[in-house]
Design a binder for this molecule. Structure first.
Ligand code: NDP
Ligand code: KPL
Length: 298
């Protein structure tokens, strides 16, 4: 099967590698440094202490999605519109288009710019680029997807060894992941601490619960019920990934703009729209933006 990855970074290269290993014809669409590295040396997947060199096509031309049966859309949230417009003219009517991104708005925004149905995916992986064309898998890798077309996509992904669940309520699943991101990402970024050290600080577990409570109220006002085990799930992530720095922390370390507008910032916007006060999420969003502005002016 022909599969294209739009936005070949950590997530795109990891899932692209898994699908290519399973025998699919994978084309990675990314930046020139990635393209040169993959064309020269193949795509390298570092996983559980092993190094796998995988054959994949690589290009910086978004038109390469043409003819793909499935497209994995893996750019950061702030790049959704631009990248979506670039691939839009080249999508086939029957192409399965999946958004493998954090936040709750990307799938809808991508559908809007492409006019193509989008399958939202909740991505449970820890992956990072260890160099141009080298992706390091740090943990998990399962997906939850939902909506029209998701059965076919799940079959393809599961057959390739990517554990993919069909979620009966994909909106709630995406919001649940958003709440976890709202709890940890900004705090890990502004403190530059991994989750284990973060939650060991006095007052932090209580603050995490206050963030979750604020997010839950906003979700409820948006018609999304986040269920009873949200707090337990949130604490479980911190326990399961003690050495993990949030992606927001990693963005700041690399001197890059983060996705904060689509994490705590999303809660703030939705809170404003539904009349729910979000003082903690507002503060966290601002703190990350202040840290970003300091890096950008350095
Ligand atoms: N990494 C992880 O473990 C996880 C990430 N996620 C989510 O997955 C999404 C992707 O994250 P991640 O893979 O880490 O991000 P990365 O920044 O590693 O990957 C995105 C890649 O897409 C490239 N890109 C952006 N626009 C274009 C374009 N128009 N044409 C070609 N290439 C483009 C970027 O280049 P450039 O940087 O130059 O713009 C970058 O190399 C995010 O929403 C993230 O929150 C979710 C769970 C875990
Ligand atoms: C590691 C994890 C799951 C939680 O914060 C994440 O999604 C991120 O860092 O963006």
């Amino acid at each position: 099967m022909k599969i294209a990855v739009m936005g070949a970074g950590a997530v795109g290269c990891y899932y692209g590698a898994m699908l290519a290993r399973a025998g699919h014809q994978v084309t990675l669409i990314g930046r020139p440094a990635l393209v040169q590295a993959v064309q020269a040396d193949g795509l390298v997947l570092e996983m559980q202490g092993d190094r796998h060199v995988i054959a994949a096509e690589a290009t910086d031309d978004p038109a390469a999605v043409a003819g793909a049966n499935m497209v994995l859309f893996c750019v950061k949230s702030s790049d959704t519109e631009v990248a979506g417009e670039q691939i839009s003219p080249h999508l086939r009517a029957d192409t399965l288009l999946l958004s493998l991104q954090n936040g709750v708005s990307n799938a809808d925004r991508l559908a809007q710019v492409t006019g193509h149905p989008v399958i939202p995916a909740v991505v449970y992986v820890a992956a990072a680029m260890a160099g141009a064309g080298i992706v390091r898998h740090e943990g998990r890798g399962d997906l939850a997807i939902g909506g029209p077309g998701s059965e076919t996509a799940a079959e393809i992904l599961n057959a390739a060894g990517v554990e993919t669940r069909l979620s009966p309520d994909i909106a709630a699943a995406m919001w649940t992941k958003l709440v976890v991101n709202c709890a940890y990402n900004a705090l890990s970024a502004v403190s530059d601490l991994p989750y284990g050290a973060l939650v060991a600080q006095q007052g932090v577990p209580g603050l995490l619960e206050d963030i979750v409570a604020e997010c839950r109220a906003v979700a409820a006002a948006c018609g999304v019920d986040l269920g009873d085990d949200l707090i337990d799930n949130m604490h479980a992530i911190g326990r399961a990934m003690p050495g993990q720095y949030s992606s927001t922390a990693q963005d700041l370390r690399r001197g890059r703009r983060s996705e904060i507008d689509f994490l705590n910032g999303e809660i703030v916007r939705s809170g404003d729209a539904t009349g729910i006060a979000t003082p903690i999420n507002k503060t966290l969003t601002l703190l990350v933006k202040l840290a970003e502005s300091k890096l950008q002016s350095a």
